[in-house]
Design a protein around this ligand. Structure first.
Ligand code: PMP
Length: 333
């Protein structure tokens, strides 16, 4: 019989798939471009990986006691991972979300049994109503409360150093030459990047994809619409020594590529995936057939059906000229 003891044991070991159509313009000397598909994790994103490792570490250190409550500000994906691990191990969850997060994502957290508190985005982080302030207060005031803090928890990058990085190295037989990923907390790029650099003796090039406006690509923290990536501060989980290059990508390009991935590659993925692929293709243009580029796709497109995959929403934000399906299709192809 082949089965896992619990859904938690299904986290990780995600597949690599070649991108065939969106790479067509690269011509016969194109590098091999492989996508690491993280939406096949049980919670639907790469964040399942850090959830289980952060909980393991907190159980070991005693920070999380039996029957305790996990309190975390999260834009959704980390929450889903934590909610799954928590229910399997008998913890409660309270998540704090900014109001720009889609209702669908919030309902997913509630479906797993978590409590969700929604806070305004348009206030200063120091404001008592901000999602940082509210989560600090709830973590302090909740009996048995523990805040994983994915932005400073070393188990976040460590989980990628111990799982995602070695998987990519083994799956490519050590032939990977370039790794491209978006950065939010920076856990993925820091952990995977460090592992691949060490395994290859410094040869693997690590490229961060970043929304225009985010600090990682020299921005001021001005708003952008791609979710889960970019920051207006430098988290301690982001190791500034790892990335060789940061490529800034605009929302319009990110969303157009996200739609192409669904339509042309059969990959229904989120906006940060489109962003990472845009950056990956810019890098791929200067590579040759001897190179192997791996781009990580963090989550599924199902959480964005009423945004990126909604023609009217796209038109409202000016990413396409009309809310007419055909025009949108032509513009985005
Ligand atoms: N994309 C999405 C959709 C995410 O939720 C996250 C996590 N914030 C990332 C990318 C970036 O991952 P990391 O936090 O490891 O930098």
């Amino acid at each position: 019989m082949q089965y896992a003891e619990s859904v938690v044991d299904l986290i990780g070991n995600t597949p690599l798939v070649r991108l065939n159509r969106v790479t067509a313009h690269l011509g016969p000397d194109a590098p091999l471009v492989l996508a690491k598909v993280e939406y096949v994790n049980p919670g639907g994103s790469v964040k399942d990986r850090i959830a289980v490792r952060m909980v393991d570490a907190a159980e070991k250190s005693g920070a999380l006691q039996p029957g305790g409550t996990i309190v975390e500000p999260t834009s959704g994906n980390t929450g889903v991972g934590l909610a799954i691990v928590a229910q399997q191990r008998g913890y409660k969850c309270i998540f704090i979300c900014p109001d720009k997060v889609s209702a669908d994502k919030i309902n997913v957290l509630r479906a797993y049994g978590a409590e969700v508190v929604v806070c305004p985005t348009a206030v200063d982080p120091a404001d008592p109503r901000s999602y940082y302030s509210v989560s600090d207060r709830l973590a302090r005031e909740t009996p048995g409360g523990w805040k994983p803090d994915q932005y400073s928890n070393p188990a976040n990058p460590q989980s990628h150093y111990e799982t995602t990085g070695p998987e990519i190295w083994a799956q490519t037989d050590g032939r990977v030459t370039h790794f491209v990923t978006g950065a939010g907390t920076g856990g993925t790029i820091s952990g995977v990047g460090r592992y691949l650099k060490e395994a290859s003796g410094g040869k693997v090039q690590v490229i961060g994809a970043d929304p225009e406006g985010s600090v990682y690509s020299g921005g001021t923290g001005r708003p952008y619409l791609v979710e889960g990536v970019g920051e207006d501060f430098w988290p301690s989980t982001y190791d500034q020594a790892v990335a060789d290059e940061i490529v800034a990508v605009g929302d319009g390009d990110s969303f157009a590529m996200t739609r192409r991935l669904a339509r042309e590659e059969g990959l229904l993925v989120g906006g940060s995936c489109g962003m990472a692929v845009v950056a990956a293709l810019r890098v791929a243009e200067r590579l040759t057939r001897d190179d192997v580029l791996v781009v990580l796709l963090p989550d599924s497109g199902r959480g964005y059906l009423r945004k990126i995959f909604d023609d009217e929403w796209m038109a409202d934000y000016g990413f396409v000229e009309a809310a007419d399906g055909e025009t949108v299709g032509e513009l985005l192809r």
